[in-house]
Design a protein around this ligand. Structure first.
Ligand code: IPM
Ligand code: MG
Length: 363
């Protein structure tokens, strides 16, 4: 089969890891007889430099025409001035909103050979296999009013946490559907003791649960969830939560596997079904890591696992996704490590070498 991929390398280490993602996809193409074409576009800081905007119209168009979007990362110190009118992150938010990617999936799975490469005790993280479903186009990120202004008594600022019933229902559905096909446990995370939006969220979760009698629904306050995630992370199956809570909890959850360099993500425009094709954007969660850029040291596995998610959810290629995941775990089993997951007695390799090792085992 033939697939068109919009490729947005972005800033910092983005281009380096994107190149490894492409390398692995090409290996998949050779082994399974598919053809992938890549249409490259600018986003983030590089787009501000080249076009004066973080998300050029042309980039959005390329994404709309594609079968799926593969993104490196956006941002860097060069564009970090808090007074700047335009920020690289605006490009990513614009893309999420523009492509209606409301469901962000962030799986966190602890691989047995990496049990000792985290700061947590192996007994705590053994068996962790959870997925966070983060709402991605609502809440504090997008709510209006959102502004800063001058008053007689000093400056003021406001952000708005707003959600509609429809927005809450469609993201909760993603959580329920995923849970149904996994261990059937859904933790709906809110702050219903304080926030009105969370009280609506909780009511809708209860109403929807009638349609999913096979899924065990649990409500959890976000502060308690933050604690549980490091106390008993293996208890979790699927976590579903609003945009900002999800942003914070997924950085925390990434530490369960030792490195952000290991974690992929999918941002989808619909309810995912394995083997069906839901449009989506795929990116590692580690961000642009500007201090690591250009040194061939960063871990490309988060990007390569994002490619596997793309194969599974947007291209309907489940077998191919499995082949990529297997190649990653084989390379780790054989003792190869990038600097972020390095341990004594293992073989340290760079970004390109890790990509080569995985690509060779795929194809
Ligand atoms: C993430 C990132 C983004 C977010 C930034 C880069 C806009 O932290 O994807 O988690 O806050 O959503
Ligand atoms: Mg984040």
């Amino acid at each position: 089969m033939k697939f068109d991929i919009a490729l947005l390398p972005g800033d910092g280490v983005g281009p380096e890891v994107a190149a490894e993602g492409v390398k692995v996809l090409e290996a998949v193409g050779r082994r399974f007889g598919h053809e992938f074409t890549f249409d490259e576009g600018d986003i983030g800081g590089i787009a501000i430099d080249r076009h004066g905007v973080a998300l050029p119209e042309e980039t959005l168009k390329k994404c709309e025409k594609s079968d799926a979007v593969l993104l490196g990362a956006v941002g860097g110190p060069k564009w970090d001035d808090p007074r700047a009118k335009m920020r690289p992150e605006d490009g990513l938010l614009g893309l999420r909103k523009g492509l209606r990617l409301f469901a962000n999936l962030r799986p966190v799975k602890v691989l047995p050979m990496l049990l000792d490469s985290t700061t947590l005790k192996p007994d705590t993280i053994r068996g962790v296999d959870l997925i966070v479903v983060r709402e991605l186009t609502g809440g504090l990120y997008f709510g209006k009013p959102k502004k800063q202004w001058q008053t007689a008594r000093g400056r003021k600022a406001v952000d708005t946490l707003a959600y509609s019933e429809k927005e809450i229902e469609r993201i909760l559905k993603v959580g329920f559907e995923l849970a149904r096909n996994r261990r059937k446990k859904l933790a709906s995370v809110d702050k219903a003791n304080i926030l009105e939006s969370s009280r609506l969220w909780r009511q809708i979760a209860i109403e929807l649960s009638a349609q999913y009698p096979d899924v065990e629904l649990q409500h959890m306050l976000v502060d308690a969830c933050a604690m549980r995630l490091i106390q008993r992370p293996a208890d979790f199956d699927v976590i579903v939560t609003e945009n900002m809570f999800g942003d914070i909890l997924t950085d925390e959850a990434s530490m369960l596997v030792g490195s952000m360099g290991m974690l992929p993500s999918a941002s989808l425009a619909g309810v995912p079904k394995e083997g069906e094709r839901t449009f989506g954007l795929y990116e590692p969660i580690h961000g642009s890591a500007p201090r690591r850029a250009g040194q061939n040291i960063v871990n490309p596995i988060a990007m390569i696992m994002s490619v596997a998610m793309m194969l599974r959810y947007s291209l309907g290629l489940v077998k191919e996704a499995g082949a990529v995941e297997k190649a990653v775990s084989d390379v780790l089993d054989q003792g190869y490590r990038t600097y972020d997951i390095m341990e004594q007695g293992k073989k340290q390799v760079g970004t390109r070498e890790m990509g080569d090792l995985i690509a060779t085992r795929v194809g």
